[in-house]
Design a protein around this ligand. Structure first.
Ligand code: PEP
Ligand code: MN
Length: 338
């Protein structure tokens, strides 16, 4: 349930409603908005009687919340969330492009790729220091050394950096270095990791689980928000299907569905969906046309020599093409929100 306060409600009236909610054993979560202050009721099991609140001073209306997710829903917050990192924003009416290699392999590799992607128009750099690999024998990432290299990339290029926190063990360390922390597809329902992500100040990119429904994905985002972090960016990266013409199947139909259900920004990772570089530019065009707020793409200056995901990594000149093709599409199909 959502208690919407009158625009002229005083702080004392808001406090009184919060106290009344908490006196019934629920959690009250004030949600300041552009037009109104609303107070979300959380942790209720079942129906909450609206009439006691309707009679309180400063209360305008009570909106029943019909979805299992609350804080992520448009019922709780009608306006789009915009997430800012330094000078870059996601969800603010511009197309945000995040690019870099799958894994940080060396300082020279990372700085070389950063230079290329920045020149082509990327806003943020992404590279993995801790890699979730299917095989324990594959390259697992440089670990802390990779994070230190990301620091250098930020310093040299001025771009904020995105990197993955694979587990609790490394979360604190990743939090120190990253501007945005990625939670990977395999961890989308790692609920204790989601709760930890809810206790950082840093924004989180939450990738869709490889076999997750949109509802499960939004509930995972709800875990992060419920734990206290409102800065969640959703990332569609393809789901497992019977197809073998691509690594996964990019579910672009999820973008408009999520945008109706949630105020959170949503970006698309065409690289892990495709698994092959020749599908990445067409899928990026489609993702932008369907309303994504941003793209997250793998780029390598020598993909043949990449230590992970070389087959799906774009050559720098292909990334230039991707940027120049998607910009005009975004300008034509600006994400329209319901
Ligand atoms: C990655 O981003 O490099 C990665 C492993 O992604 P995902 O979790 O989507 O597989
Ligand atoms: Mn990868």
């Amino acid at each position: 349930m959502l208690v919407v306060m009158d625009q002229k409600a005083t702080p004392a009236q808001i406090d009184a409603v919060v106290a009344a909610i908490e006196a019934r054993g629920f959690t009250a979560r004030p949600i300041p908005g552009g037009q109104r202050v609303a107070i979300g009721v959380l942790h209720n099991h079942g129906h909450v009687e609206a009439s006691p609140f309707l009679g309180m001073a400063g209360v305008k209306e009570i909106i029943p919340v019909t979805k299992p997710y609350k804080l992520v829903s448009r019922e709780f917050q009608p306006e789009d969330t915009v997430i800012r990192v330094g000078d870059v924003a996601i969800g603010n009416g511009h197309l945000t492009i995040i690019a870099g290699p799958c894994a940080i392999e060396s300082e020279l590799q990372a700085l070389t790729i950063a230079k290329h992607v920045k020149q082509a128009g990327a806003h943020m750099f992404r590279g993995g220091a801790f890699k979730p690999r299917t095989s324990p024998y594959s390259f697992q990432g440089l670990g802390e050394e990779g994070l230190k290299i990301l620091d250098r990339v930020r310093e040299e290029s001025g771009m904020p950096v995105v990197t993955e926190a694979m587990d609790h063990e490394v979360f604190d360390l990743v939090e120190e270095y990253a501007d945005i922390i990625q939670i990977g597809t395999r961890n989308m329902q790692n609920f204790s990791l989601l709760r930890r992500a809810g206790r950082t100040e840093k924004p989180i990119i939450l990738k869709r689980g490889i076999a997750a429904t949109v509802d499960e994905w939004l509930m995972a985002a709800e875990y992060i928000m419920e734990a206290g972090n409102p800065k969640v960016i959703l990332c569609e990266r393809g789901v497992r299907t019977f197809a073998h013409h691509s690594r996964n199947t990019l579910d672009l139909s999820a973008i408009p569905v999520v945008q109706i259900e949630s105020h959170l920004p949503i970006i698309v990772d065409p690289s892990h969906a495709a698994g092959r570089r020749n599908q990445v530019i067409p899928l990026s065009r489609a993702a932008v046309a369907v309303g994504a707020h941003g793209l997250m793409v793998e780029v390598h200056h020598q993909p043949e020599a990449a230590l992970s995901d070389g087959a799906q990594s774009l050559y720098p000149e292909q990334f230039v093409e991707l940027c120049s093709q998607t910009g005009p599409i975004f300008a034509t199909f600006r994400p329209a929100h319901p």
